[in-house]
Design a protein around this ligand. Sequence first.
Ligand SMILES: NC(=O)c1ccc[n+]([C@@H]2O[C@H](COP(=O)([O-])OP(=O)(O)OC[C@H]3O[C@@H](n4cnc5c(N)ncnc54)[C@H](OP(=O)(O)O)[C@@H]3O)[C@@H](O)[C@H]2O)c1
Length: 322
Amino acid sequence: MKNLGKRNSHFSHRCHPPPFDQAAVSDREEVDAGIGILEFFEGNNIFVTGATGLLGKDGLRLTSVGKMYLLIKAKDKEAAFNRLNCEIINSELFTCLKEKHGKCFEAFVKAKVIAVMGDIGHPNLGMDFESIESIKKDVNVIIHSAASTTFYERYDFLFDTNVNAPQRVMRFAKTCDKLDLFTHISTAYVTEREEGVVLEKPLNMGGLDVADEISLLLKSSPNNIDATNFFVKCGQQRAKLLGWSTTYQLCKAIGEMCLNEIRGDVPLLIIRPACIESCYREPLPGWIQGLRTLGPVIISYGKGILPAYYANPLVPLDVWML
Ligand SMILES: NC(=O)c1ccc[n+]([C@@H]2O[C@H](COP(=O)([O-])OP(=O)(O)OC[C@H]3O[C@@H](n4cnc5c(N)ncnc54)[C@H](OP(=O)(O)O)[C@@H]3O)[C@@H](O)[C@H]2O)c1
């Protein structure tokens, strides 16, 4: 394989991991020291969607932020508060914080974290008037992590959650008094089917017309066939036709494009993680929520159900460790 001249690059090594290199370890320490993200968040009030998900929950361990408003799907405020306690605060992910703050942990959480009942599928994100007003007044940063992450869901459902909903969040962002940043969590796979080094450029619509997809979905309301089956297949066909592997990836890509189109002067940061897997070191090595992309493969191999896995050893595998 052609050596690209980069020290310890996975592109330049025939084996994985590449041979141990002390200089690379120092690089790693520099990376761990960060590029100032923690400092950026210091004291900022943030509004988070998708906080009960794998990524959102992990991000909440940032303790230096000001207030955190978490949008949680629930039938009422009390149910949202219960989900906050059961699924987030009492998660083993927060053991370290509990140990750090001891008896004050509860007070610490109460002072910082506010559960907001809502749903990104609804106008105004399904929030009540009081929550809308507080968030508009307080929040500096929005992190939109909520999404539907099932690859082959119904097209109409994925379109609403991953294309329409980010735009609902952006419209809400535009009403905030002092917003400094809108962070949208996308996926590395929006750049589907490109080979070689793929730069993280903004996606442009190209030949894709979002209005066509919307009118297709509006027209396609089958009454005499199984609607679920119909919309699942419809998504797979559109993805294939337009150049993506799954309906999820197609919708995440269109979601990015639409956000770019409507953001106006809102500062927009789009993050494109690869497969997200368990925690690397903190707070618990190996912590993960549910069985994710690679989990089933690893477990099946461990149990002997999957005897082998075809892969090209020269191709780097990109996995995010939390
Ligand atoms: N996991 C990965 O490997 C991976 C890789 C690349 C990119 N991403 C992106 O990273 C983000 C987070 O992924 P994740 O793995 O944390 O996902 P996840 O574990 O499936 O969680 C999804 C989150 O979105 C929320 N949500 C879904 N529909 C909602 C709605 N209508 N209203 C309000 N909240 C809603 C869910 O709430 P409930 O708990 O109420 O369902 C949950 O909190 C997503 O944007 C995803 O596309 C993930």
